[in-house]
Design a protein around this ligand. Structure first.
Ligand code: NAP
Length: 397
């Protein structure tokens, strides 16, 4: 069933060979019977600074609760700025609502919590409805923030969040891509409306091109034929040009908006920086042309943390509503962008990687023992691409 598409698998197309089924059941039984109930992981037991990180050999081994779930053995994990924020309690109110009670301990607490949003690894076990994957498949995934993360030996995910990893990448390279790629795709394609069929000749501005999301976003829109302008520090110019940036503006050399105002106007702006940028960025869009500004820096989770779910959502609704209207009057579109987990999106990225259109930008690889240093590194900022953790040393592939 190698050739089965995700659609066939999802629509219930499956082998009716009874031996196949029996083998599947036997496989999962033998695996469950022989396996331990604990695994090594980095966990936190409360929110705080780096000191809350704790290594344990006794984290609960994840189990399959739903027939569409898979267990992935983690070979490499990736960290993102959201892991640093979540270590400090960011998003806790929203995540509490999204978390699956079946995957939480009896007290209903989220602790011990495992961070890490990217995984590259191998399928160990599949729920009975999973046809698209089988044990042994090499996969990657971006793990939604309300699920247990990848700084562990195993992670359980829904099959629709998982994708076959690009064949051309080693696990440590692959783990640098899923979360930022799924985010870039969500903001560019779903929110920004730019894709491979309409990208050519579009002018795209990426504010903050040198980090995780930026380095991926540059390559995606470039592959779709757009003209790309990037802002970054001077010492990142070479990197972003290598990734395909056409124009590069050094934000450390004086007011960046002044330099950008001298350029032709844009069809799409992706903002990875936020803060003051909103005050001037929308003036750089082509008015009355469907041009969009999408920002990844939103007060959404902060509002629910601060005000609780209902009031927080209401506050966010009012804020975004006002901003959208204000800019609509000037003929440009203002949007908030969010990460969205999606296996099918990663399938597309996987193809782009194997076709040589997107490459991983790995700044540094740490070992599993060095996880606290990884948090320190990511927390310092100034990322140039991604920082990853090698959980199992890559075999020669
Ligand atoms: N809403 C969501 O669902 C969602 C999802 C993913 C990410 N995000 C957010 O999106 C942002 C980007 O994520 P990321 O993973 O790409 O972060 P990252 O890897 O930390 O990258 C940020 C990059 O921006 C550069 N930078 C800092 N200040 C800048 C400025 N004023 N102008 C231009 N570049 C600047 C940094 O390098 P230098 O400081 O050396 O210049 C760094 O390379 C983060 O705030 C993240 O939290 C939101």
């Amino acid at each position: 069933d190698e050739s089965m598409t995700r659609e066939q698998a999802v629509s219930g197309f499956q082998s009716h060979d009874p031996t196949e089924r029996t083998r599947g059941q036997y496989r999962s039984l033998s695996f469950s019977a022989s396996r331990r109930s604990v695994m090594p992981a980095w966990v936190i037991d409360k929110y705080g600074k780096n000191e809350v990180l704790r290594f344990t050999k006794n984290a609960a081994l994840p189990i399959i609760h739903y027939p569409n779930e898979v267990i992935v053995k983690v070979h490499a994990a990736g960290l993102n700025p959201i892991d640093i924020s979540m270590r400090g309690g960011y998003g806790a109110a929203t995540m509490a609502m999204k978390r699956d009670p079946l995957n939480m301990n009896q007290s209903g607490s989220e602790f011990p919590l495992i961070l890490g949003r990217d995984v590259s690894g191998e399928i160990m076990e599949c729920g009975l409805d999973v046809n698209y994957f089988k044990p042994g498949d090499q996969v990657w995934a971006a793990i939604p923030p309300w699920k247990q993360g990848s700084l562990a030996e195993f992670v359980v995910l829904s099959a629709n969040e998982v994708s076959h990893k690009p064949k051309s990448l080693r696990h440590v390279e692959a783990a640098s891509i899923p979360y930022v790629a799924a985010t870039a795709w969500s903001v560019i394609v779903n929110t920004g409306g730019l894709n491979k069929d309409n990208g050519s000749k579009k002018r795209v501005l990426i504010l903050g091109g040198s980090g995780g999301v930026g380095t991926l976003a540059i390559q995606m829109v470039k592959a779709w034929g757009a003209h790309v302008t990037v802002t970054c520090s001077q010492n990142a110019e070479r990197l972003v040009r290598d990734l395909g940036a056409d124009d590069v503006v050094d934000y450390t050399a004086g007011p960046v908006e002044k330099q950008l105002q001298t350029l032709q106007k844009f069809d799409l702006i992706l903002d990875n920086i936020g803060g003051e940028t909103e005050k001037w960025a929308l003036d750089l869009l082509k008015p009355w042309n469907g041009a969009k500004y999408v920002t990844l820096v939103t007060p959404f989770l902060h509002n629910t943390d601060r005000l609780g779910l209902a009031d927080g959502m209401m506050q966010s609704g009012v804020t975004i509503g006002c901003k959208v209207l204000k800019h609509l009057r000037k003929g440009v579109h203002y949007r908030w962008g969010f990460f969205a987990p999606s296996g099918p999106t990663l399938d597309e990225i996987s193809e782009m990687v194997d076709a040589g259109k997107v490459r991983p930008v790995v700044e540094e690889v740490f070992s599993f023992a060095q996880v606290p240093q990884v948090f320190q590194k990511v927390e310092q900022g100034h990322a140039r691409g991604k920082t990853v953790v090698s959980v199992i040393e890559d075999q020669k592939e």
